[in-house]
Every structure is written in structure tokens, then in C-alpha cells.
Design a protein around this ligand. Structure first.
Ligand SMILES: [Zn+2]
Length: 314
């Protein structure tokens, strides 16, 4: 099996992207893994601080690792949006494959300092593990797979909530068409400077995207800006907040140079709606593995649709 870095590189060379999907529980994980196996493509599982606390930090790491080994399928784990160094360290020590530092709401220097600290720690751990040493207590090579942890950082603010929104958060400026104003987008120059200053492996720029689904008024991505940023840096680009954007727009973003795409809210909606219908139709069912089966299928369906577009599979 290749490393995550190699899969990202491969996607980039092929004009494709790796799918990143968030989970709060094992059912959603199983739905995502089913879709990725069906299409035979790599996949990244994301857990925010809240999501990873709900499952358990070392527990979600063990789950993903055991699936990867048992199924011999490239399934990786990302510590999505991590706000403190303690939590970066916790995720890296627990065997996550990547972490995202998020100080995007703060000033650029604070963002650079925090990100550098994470990059430095990842580098130390990668070197130890490359030499057969492990930083956790379970022994030599306990993680049992190539362990190079990657660091992603975000510049430009794109909101925080993976939920259905009535409108774009008021702190994000809009232009006359209801899209994110150019002044709030990441510039190619800022992107290349930030990557150079921090040494990150992946960059999440603000390119008209926003976390969550905006009811009836999803802003459009700035495809030209994605292409400009992609041309300005060697770091692969990650698109956050893809929920709510159309499939044609997704394909255009990947074509313009996006190498990884994050979905969360669309999966949450599919899961919740399927559960609601299942409970309504079977009010006497008490076995969770029965009343949750349709939620697993609903997540799988959304993930398959997105993975087909990102990986250019008809
Ligand atoms: Zn995100």
C-alpha cells in the first residue's frame, strides 16, 4: 500500500482528488468505507475535535487502522480542524495520518507560529518512526503501517459550522452576486508565502467555499482563484466545505487544482433523514443495527456519488 502522501501526489498528477469525509460514529465510517471499496479508491476519514471526542481519540485511530489492515484498503485518518498544540500532539501520538491546524480566524503570524509548531512536532515523530521507534507506549512499530503524519493548515476564514445555515455568517463579506467577496479570498501570493514559512504538506485556502450548507444561496467557488493558487505553490490544495456545492462545480474545482475535498454536512443530513424515516416507519424497532441500517446506506450513497466525480469514474 502506498503512503497518503503518494496517493495525494498520484491524484494530483491525474487531475483527480482524494475524498475526505467526516464521521461521528462507526455507522458512518462503515458507509464511507463501503463506497471507497466499491470504487477501489483511497479515502480519508475526518474527525473534528468534537467528533473525535465523541468516538474517542485512540479508539477512532484503532478503528481506522484495523479496517485498513483487515481490508488492505487505503483508509486514512485526519484530525480535522485542531485548535491547540496539545490536541495536535494527542492526535499525532494516537497514530493519525494527518492533522489540520486551524488558527485561520486569528492574525497571520499567530497562524504561522502555531502551524510551525505542529510541523516541527510531526517531523520529529516521523523521524523517530522512520527509525523504528514509536512515541506511544505500545512498543516498536506498534502502528504497523507506514507512518508519515502530514500537516495541513488553513488560511482565510470560511466559517466553522458543519450544519444547514440560513445565510452566510455575517462576518464573511459578500459581493453583489451573493458570492464571497474577493477581499476575503486567499491570494496566490499569501498562499505561497504561507507554505514557504510553515513547511506544511497541504494547504486549505479560502476560494469562495464555506463550511456548512447555505439554504437556497450557496456561494459559488472562485475557480480562477483556485487555478492561480495551484500555480503558485507545490503544496496540494484542499477544498473544505464542499457540502452544498454542485457536482459540476466540484469537477471544475478538481480540474483547477484541488487535490482533496472535504464533505461533512451532506453526510450528516443524509444520515439524520434516513434515521428519522426509519424510526417513523418502524416505531417498534429497538435494535440499533436494524434502525440504523438505512443511515449507513444513505451515507454510502452520498460518498459514492462524490467519489465518482473526484476520481473521474463514470
Ligand atoms: Zn473544514
Amino acid at each position: 500500500m502506498k503512503t497518503l502522501r503518494q496517493y495525494i501526489q498520484e491524484a494530483r498528477e491525474n487531475g483527480a482528488a482524494i475524498g475526505h469525509f467526516n464521521i461521528s460514529n462507526v455507522e458512518a465510517l462503515n458507509g464511507i468505507v463501503k463506497a471507497a471499496r466499491k470504487l477501489n479508491v483511497p479515502v480519508v476519514i475526518g474527525v473534528s475535535e468534537g467528533e473525535r471526542d465523541f468516538i474517542g481519540v485512540s479508539q477512532v485511530s484503532a478503528l481506522v487502522r484495523s479496517l485498513r489492515q483487515k481490508l488492505n484498503h487505503p483508509i486514512f485518518l485526519n484530525a480535522d480542524h485542531t485548535y491547540s498544540f496539545e490536541r495536535v500532539k494527542e492526535a499525532i501520538d494516537a497514530g493519525f495520518d494527518m492533522v489540520i491546524t486551524d488558527h485561520a480566524g486569528t492574525d497571520i503570524q499567530a497562524n504561522i507560529d502555531f502551524t510551525r509548531q505542529a510541523v516541527q512536532y510531526a517531523k520529529e515523530v516521523n523521524e523517530k518512526r522512520a527509525n523504528g521507534l514509536d512515541v506511544d507506549v505500545t512498543g516498536k512499530n506498534s502502528l504497523g503501517f507506514p507512518t508519515e503524519v502530514l500537516v495541513e493548515a488553513e488560511i482565510g476564514y470560511i466559517g466553522k459550522s458543519s450544519k444547514v445555515l440560513d445565510g452566510v455568517p455575517t462576518e464573511i463579506p459578500l459581493d453583489e452576486n451573493g458570492n464571497i467577496a474577493l477581499s476575503a479570498l486567499t491570494t496566490a501570493e499569501d498562499a505561497s508565502t504561507f507554505v514557504r514559512e510553515t513547511g506544511i504538506d497541504l494547504l486549505a485556502p479560502a476560494v469562495g467555499n464555506i463550511h456548512g450548507i447555505v439554504k437556497n444561496a450557496q456561494p459559488k467557488l472562485n475557480i480562477a482563484r483556485i487555478a492561480e493558487i495551484a500555480a503558485s505553490t507545490d503544496a496540494p490544495l484542499v477544498l473544505h466545505g464542499a457540502s452544498g456545492i454542485g457536482n459540476t462545480e466540484l469537477a471544475a474545482a478538481v480540474e483547477a487544482g484541488i487535490s482533496m475535498v472535504h464533505y461533512n454536512t451532506e453526510l450528516r443530513v443524509a444520515y439524520r433523514d434516513a434515521l428519522r424515516d426509519s424510526l417513523a416507519q418502524n416505531p417498534n424497532e429497538v435494535a440499533p443495527y436494524k434502525f440504523l441500517a438505512s443511515s449507513v446506506e444513505a451515507v454510502e450513497k452520498v460518498v459514492e456519488e462524490k467519489l465518482r466525480i473526484m476520481n473521474k469514474i463514470k
